[in-house]
Design a protein around this ligand. Structure first.
Ligand SMILES: Cc1cc2nc3c(=O)[nH]c(=O)nc-3n(C[C@H](O)[C@H](O)[C@H](O)COP(=O)(O)OP(=O)(O)OC[C@H]3O[C@@H](n4cnc5c(N)ncnc54)[C@H](O)[C@@H]3O)c2cc1C
Length: 416
């Protein structure tokens, strides 16, 4: 072999090595993309991959009823444009826009665009997203009010092949990707949806990671994903499932359908969880959030290890990411001016948010999640400062403010 041929072989080997190395690096980056940022506040925006701007049309490819009582339905959604879907972090949600007929207006034939958030309930897949929606009924003490508009519309009217509009995955509730930290998932009712996404991703991508799921539900009729959860627990030795029924039916069998009665609380966690660092992920109805999150803190779990998502107006006070701003002027002296409505009103501190304040005074504002997630109430801030007792999920555009979770930090001029 001549020296120049040998040199050619060496160069070719080097080029091949570089190409393979580069390819592997790109593949690994794509595989670990779900969950590369950790915890609230670390890196914004919290969407990943090729997120699309604004609304994109999705076709309902499949519907699946998930519980015996038929109150919860999954929707498998594929992009109408046929494109691949960007990955997301397990735990994140989609924002959905629907044209809902008579959405609780009481006006016969009336309809409106309604915006709502729904957690992704499966692991990221390039071809389809899945959300799971629970029918929301009227509050028991207010039988005369209409049932939930968007959830009823989705369950009763949206069929396979129908098209709905969706904003790209977002949210700051997602799994810490460190496989060495056991994940303790705690859900109540439809709060199971982000846990299903976290669970599926974890079992596929990090099969050695220890996962506990404590899921509270009323009884077997409302127990969504029952068979799937049981199969996953039977086939993964690191996945520990505890189902807790608060009001079991006569045909629900303890030990077969559920393990505990009552509610998921710290006493139960203490009995089952081993000692050591764990990441806690909580999503459930207001009563669960209001009791469990403070109880975890009282138990000694550090704030950085508690991650939670509320599906409605935020019910848990967070010390993480709280606005450091103080109200500089006496609360009852703040003037809130709505430019387009031509109203100037005095903030008297009675309302939890600027949205509630505007609604009480009849100033029309677009709303969606009412919890800082969807961005529907984002409004141009023409003068003044707005503070956020809890850091919102939605990434607020410069020069605007989010009325549903904001309160005034000074006099305000709003473009509403
Ligand atoms: C980040 C996030 C993720 C979420 N993920 C999920 C999920 O995975 N699955 C899911 O099912 N939900 C999820 N939600 C909740 C979801 O966004 C909706 O809030 C839910 O579907 C209810 O919307 P709706 O339009 O059906 O009810 P709404 O029409 O908003 O009604 C809500 C309640 O108000 C009552 N009501 C209606 N009109 C009146 C009135 N005039 N006076 C008094 N009460 C009235 C209704 O009876 C109902 O009880 C999530 C929310 C957030 C913020």
């Amino acid at each position: 072999m001549t020296a120049s041929l040998l040199l050619l072989y060496i160069c070719a080997a080097l080029v091949l090595q570089l190409a393979v190395g580069g390819g592997v690096a790109v593949w690994r980056l794509r595989r670990i993309a779900p969950g590369t940022a950790v915890g609230p506040g670390e890196g914004r925006p919290e969407t990943i991959g090729d997120a699309w701007p604004g609304w994109r049309e999705f076709r309902v490819a499949r519907r699946n009823i998930e519980d015996a009582g038929a109150t919860q339905c999954s929707f498998h959604l594929m992009a109408v444009d046929g494109g691949m879907l960007p990955p997301f972090k397990p735990g994140q949600f989609l924002t959905v826009r629907l044209h809902v007929a008579n959405p609780g207006t009481g006006i016969p034939g009336g309809s409106a665009m309604v915006t709502r958030c729904y957690s992704l309930s499966d692991r990221p897949r390039p071809e389809a997203y899945r959300i799971t929606v629970k029918r929301v009924v009227a509050p028991p003490d207010r039988a005369t009010v209409p049932p939930g508009g968007a959830s009823a519309h989705l369950l009763d009217r949206v069929r396979e092949n129908d098209v709905i509009e969706i904003r790209c995955p977002a949210g700051q509730f997602f799994l810490d990707p460190d496989p060495l930290i056991p994940a303790v998932l705690i859900s109540g009712g439809i709060g199971i949806t982000p846990m299903m996404s976290i669970l599926h991703w974890c079992l596929d991508e990090q099969p050695d990671r220890v996962i506990y799921l404590f899921h509270g539900v009323r009884n077997g009729r409302e127990h969504a994903f029952k068979a799937t959860l049981e199969e996953l627990a039977a086939s993964h030795r690191n996945f520990h499932l505890s189902i807790v029924y608060s009001r079991p039916n006569p045909d629900d069998v303890q030990g077969r359908d559920f393990q505990h009665t009552g509610h998921v609380d710290v006493d139960l966690l203490r009995r089952i969880l081993p000692r050591g660092k764990q990441g806690f992920y909580v999503c459930g109805p207001p009563a669960m959030m209001e009791s469990l999150v403070p109880a975890l803190r009282a138990w000694g779990i550090a704030d950085e290890d508690i991650h939670f998502e509320a599906f409605g107006p935020a019910s848990v006070r967070s010390t993480i990411g709280a606005s450091p701003e103080a109200v500089l002027v006496g609360e009852d002296q703040l003037e809130i001016a709505f430019r387009r409505s031509g109203r100037t009103l005095r903030w008297d501190g009675r309302d939890a948010s600027l949205l509630a304040f505007a609604e009480r005074h009849g100033v029309p504002i677009d709303t969606g999640c009412r919890s800082g997630s969807c961005g529907s109430c984002e409004t141009r801030l023409l003068a003044g400062r707005v503070q956020y007792p809890q850091k919102p999920d939605h990434v607020i555009t410069a020069g605007t403010c989010l009325l549903c979770v904001g309160t005034p930090a000074s006099h305000l001029l709003l473009d509403a």
